[in-house]
Write a protein that binds this ligand. Structure first.
Ligand code: ZN
Ligand code: ZN
Length: 149
């Protein structure tokens, strides 16, 4: 989701205005994801609001705008979704490349998506959603099952 330097020129010059309009006027500051992200942690529309603590993690929500087809040139409103960083990162996962936080921050700011409060914690939301595995030694063995001698 952060705009990579090599992609920056693919965005229209008025992208900051487009992005702002989507996030504020259309989305009302709330994540518009209705499950497109595929992370399966919210039913219906994602409750995350810009600047508020994200559900599950408590890290501050930074609303961004995702291109559903991953094509920056396609700024048709139907191709755009205001998304919190958790939804956006998950949605873009296969496109996501680990880059230095400073690079991301610069890319976000250049795109007019500067955080309104603190710097975005773009990676903090991820680990929460890893499946939790029970350690094998916690699983009761057959001798503790009902009916075992
Ligand atoms: Zn969301
Ligand atoms: Zn979502």
């Amino acid at each position: 989701m952060p705009i990579r330097p090599e992609n920056r020129r693919r965005y229209p010059v008025d992208w900051p205005e487009i992005s702002l309009h989507i996030r504020t006027v259309r989305a009302g500051g709330r994540c518009e994801c209705r499950g497109e992200c595929g992370r399966g942690t919210h039913d219906g529309r994602c409750p995350n609001r810009n600047g508020a603590p994200a559900y599950g993690t408590g890290s501050q929500v930074v609303l961004t705008v995702a291109h559903l087809d991953h094509t920056p040139e396609n700024c048709d409103p139907g191709n755009l979704r205001a998304m919190c960083q958790g939804c956006h990162l998950h949605y873009d996962r296969e496109h996501h490349r680990q880059t230095a936080a400073a690079t991301r921050r610069a890319a976000l700011e250049d795109a007019g998506q500067q955080p309104l409060f603190l710097e975005p914690a773009l990676d903090e939301c991820e680990p929460e959603w890893q499946p939790r595995r029970r350690p094998v030694e916690d699983v009761p063995g057959p001798d503790t099952w009902p009916g075992a001698a």
